[in-house]
Design a binder for this molecule. Structure first.
Ligand SMILES: Cc1cc2nc3c(=O)[nH]c(=O)nc-3n(C[C@H](O)[C@H](O)[C@H](O)COP(=O)(O)OP(=O)(O)OC[C@H]3O[C@@H](n4cnc5c(N)ncnc54)[C@H](O)[C@@H]3O)c2cc1C
Ligand SMILES: NC(=O)c1ccc[n+]([C@@H]2O[C@H](COP(=O)([O-])OP(=O)(O)OC[C@H]3O[C@@H](n4cnc5c(N)ncnc54)[C@H](O)[C@@H]3O)[C@@H](O)[C@H]2O)c1
Length: 463
């Protein structure tokens, strides 16, 4: 067993781990970064980037099929070549992964260890059965994995998760998608637009990350009009039969349907990778889900020299948060015990469905009843949205009754990925609705719809 002594050991060479490693090195301390899987990060290999590549192909197919209302006709068939679609997805994905791997290659060999890490005590790690790392501090940046209900195991090799989709060399014909959360909506709609027969099964009425009941209902109606989607599905049975998954479920009218699919894609949520870390060998207090108790500002676990960043801590499992948190955890690991709160930005989340879903600032579910007003706009009659025939969606903006301050927004609608930034910046700057309305709005743009919602909120604040 090889023994290593370092200032900081970072577990996981994903986005958070790489940021943590760099932050430690910036302090001039020694560090080792330990990776048990493939280099390249979840985001680039099986997450953000390949999903957006698949969606880009799907949107191209959808747009090509929907030109007629403009008086523009694509004569002949719009043909989707599944092999070519997946070849581009994997080729471009590999390019993104390549950039990350180049960055890892540039890390000195002595600073890298390959193998699964387990805690022996708070600061001693056993790695891959070949090394023992004695660190003064540790950063846990182990990411998350799909959380698949146990009953799905009956599906055997017909059960897949997001990672499997991006390894395909062709598109299958029929996929049942479970979970209309962020991953299920993005991948389910994209596969459907690429000509795959998709049925999307939800639970309890949830749609994406939305918590505002009215916006959620609008989203369910919008996606339900395009996709075969039940936000509160009643599935009676699921079995594997040769190369097929056989599902028995009740449709919207309560009729029993038996349908065969090539695959069942489980997009039923993700869980932090903390279960095989040997945390029971540490003195850290753990939450029910196995994540150590930690301070959200400093990312320190109790008073220990252990820090936790990225999807592993289960706070905001998003790429930019993983990068920020990795930096904070690495910085504080190097400073320990003089730890400091890291930089937290206003929250922003975007789902790359069509229409896109976005949320900024405080969620509707987090607001105190009676303390805020809601301004609304429907995009149905919004000028620019109608011009582009992208006039679907509903936006709710929330403002504090006492101060007029803009608190946050939830919506689905056109160009939400861009508008979300403007609104998240307004949240971070602490602007009031009146201050936002004093800003420029060009004509004709989708942001004029945002102005309508803000004016609605301003009227309610005044009244
Ligand atoms: C399909 C999909 C689409 C997504 N799209 C978006 C998007 O559009 N925008 C967005 O902001 N976010 C998106 N995300 C979320 C984003 O990918 C994650 O929030 C981010 O990648 C988390 O980074 P991380 O560093 O915490 O984890 P990871 O990048 O997963 O890194 C963790 C690393 O730790 C390693 N590891 C785990 N346990 C051990 C161990 N015991 N020993 C050694 N190594 C270990 C793993 O092998 C892994 O390499 C998406 C996720 C998915 C799955
Ligand atoms: N665009 C993005 O930024 C992006 C894209 C993909 C993923 N992500 C990140 O990854 C995280 C995980 O995404 P996710 O979609 O796996 O999780 P999620 O928590 O967003 O959604 C899981 C969904 O599965 C449903 N569900 C659970 N069990 C079910 C069952 N048995 N049958 C039917 N439905 C069931 C839940 O009700 C929920 O709607 C997200 O929270 C997000 O942070 C971000």
């Amino acid at each position: 067993m090889r023994k290593l002594n370092v200032d900081v050991a970072v577990i996981g060479a994903g986005t958070a781990g790489l940021a943590a490693y760099r932050a430690v090195k910036a302090h001039g301390q020694s560090a080792v970064i330990i990776e048990g899987g493939a280099y390249g990060t979840t985001c680039a290999r099986v997450g953000c980037m390949p999903s957006k590549l698949l969606i880009a192909a799907a949107d191209a197919a959808f747009d090509a099929r929907h030109t007629a209302p403009f008086g523009v006709y694509v004569d002949g068939e719009v043909r989707v070549d599944g092999v070519a679609v997946m070849a581009r997805v994997r080729r471009e994905r590999d390019r993104f992964v390549g950039f990350v791997v180049n960055g890892v290659d540039a890390i000195p060999a002595d600073d890298k260890l390959v193998g699964h890490a387990r805690f022996i005590d708070n600061t001693v790690l056993e790695v891959g059965g070949h090394s023992e790392v004695h660190a003064r501090r540790v950063v846990i940046a182990t990411g998350s994995s799909p959380k698949v209900p146990a009953s799905f195991r009956a599906l055997g090799d017909r059960l897949i998760v997001n990672d499997d989709v991006f390894a395909w060399h062709d598109l299958p014909k029929r996929v049942a998608v479970f979970g209309p959360g962020v991953i299920g909506l993005e991948l389910g709609q994209a596969l459907s637009r690429l000509g795959v027969r998709v049925r999307l099964f939800g639970k309890g009425g949830a749609v994406g990350p939305l918590t505002d009941p009215a916006v959620r209902a609008a989203a369910a109606a919008t996606f339900g009009a395009e996709l075969d989607f039940d936000a509160d599905a009643r599935v009676l049975d699921m079995q594997k039969d040769g190369d097929e998954a056989v599902l028995r479920y009740l449709d919207h009218d309560g009729r029993e349907i038996t349908e065969r699919f090539d695959y069942v894609l489980a997009a039923t949520g993700r869980e932090p990778n903390v279960h095989h870390l040997g945390l029971e060998n540490t003195t850290l207090a753990l939450e029910a889900n196995g994540v150590p108790l930690f301070d959200k500002a400093t990312l320190q676990c109790g008073a220990s020299p252990v820090f936790i960043a990225g999807d592993a801590n289960n706070v905001l499992p998003l790429l930019h948060e993983a990068a920020d948190e990795g930096r904070t955890a690495g910085d504080n690991a190097a400073r320990y015990p003089d730890v400091r709160p890291g930089h937290r930005r206003a929250t922003i989340a975007v789902v790359f469905s069509d229409p896109q879903i976005a949320m900024v600032g405080q969620r509707h579910a987090d607001l105190e009843e009676g303390s805020f007003v809601t301004g609304a706009v429907s995009f149905e009659d919004q000028g620019r949205s109608r011009v582009m025939l992208k006039n679907k969606g509903l936006m709710h903006v929330y403002a504090d009754k006492a101060t007029g301050r803009f608190l946050g927004a939830e919506w689905l609608g056109p160009r939400a990925e861009n508008i979300a930034h403007t609104l998240a910046w307004a949240v971070q700057m602490g602007l009031t609705v009146d201050e936002m309305l004093a800003m420029p709005f060009y004509h004709p743009v989708v942001e004029e719809g945002v102005r309508t919602a803000l004016r609605d909120a301003a009227a309610k604040l005044a009244g």
